[in-house]
Design a protein around this ligand. Sequence first.
Ligand code: SF4
Length: 409
Amino acid sequence: MSVDVVTFGCRLNIAESEVIRREAARAGIDNAVVVNTCAVTSEAVRQARQNIRRIKRDRPDAHIVVTGCAAQAEPSTFAAMPEVDRVLGNEEKLSPAAWRSDARVSVSDIMAAKGVKAHAVDHIDGHTRAFVQVQNGCDHRCTFCIIPFGRGNSRSLPIDDVVKQARRLTGNGYREIVLTGVDITSYGADLDGAPKLGALVKRLLKDVPEIARLRLSSIDSVEVDADLLDALASESRLMPHLHLSLQAGDDMILKRMKRRHSRDDAIAFCDEVRRLRPEVVFGADIIAGFPTENEEMFTRSLDLVDECGLTQLHVFPFSPRPGTPAARMPQLERGVIKERAQRLREKGEAVLRAYLETQVGSRRQVLTERGGIGRTEQFTPVRLNAPVAPGLIVDLMVAAHDGRQLIAA
Ligand code: SF4
């Protein structure tokens, strides 16, 4: 029996690919390749189609199943491909019944999806840290974003199920748990008593002492609750690393994106967290070249990097997604978008280099991974100077850096 899963996109897709692998095998699917797609940019969709063609060329007799956000948002695009045998939606890819049906296209209305089911995952193939899905979907409608149309509205996994899943994975040797979802700071709004992300974090750290390191995936700073701030201040097992969905540094652009925070909110948030947890580092997603962004507005995105003290940037050249309001706004020239993205990346390289410099000579707790590297509590990559088994937490002296990662003594 062979079911290979090719995963694109986010940590949530990686966590779900474990369920896909298991349910497809249990349904007796054999000699299959499942492509778990991403739709966050047009480029991601193009890459998925390109990969599907390549897979079919390399394995002409393989059964090709396409799922994930691109399949959910545009099923007919993939159903029209001669290489594709089946198209499954984002709910169907996790459903044992859907894997047993022989319908060529099974994609339900994702906006009708309710709740998040516990899938009892034992391992995350090829990963040293365990991604635990706590939430799915999003109730916001940022004007550039296609994700809600692939993932549906926000829904959460009850705290008891998250605790069970974390116990299962730490019981299988995982030292670090990463809470993942689409908009995890809206966790719990659909659950009885509406527990927030902070309550979930505190409960996990109390009920699962085996968790050595608890990490959060991307968060929306304006939705962070008081319990989460308190946990950041008081819980050393909660990692001092926050990746923020900031997107821009200009208030008018943030308004046109339908974001819920202002530039000053973002700066105040970083200052407050840094006051509570001085060793914290911040990463952020920033879009370059959003429609109507002029040079002055872009400069405010560049300046925000310093004013928030960001050290890890994920730069997204604006990519119009058909069906989103931003795709109907007056677009900037591609050349301008590319040039601004390059300037933001260079800024990102400079702030990372400056941060790495401050780490030389320090001792760091590092979770070892495969390939001779590990990651600090701040999620900074470290090149190890001797082979160490993956999945261990080791205490290391930082001897140097190469501008991208630290180098252990
Ligand atoms: S918060 Fe905005 S950017 Fe994030 S998934 Fe929701 S709609 Fe997309």
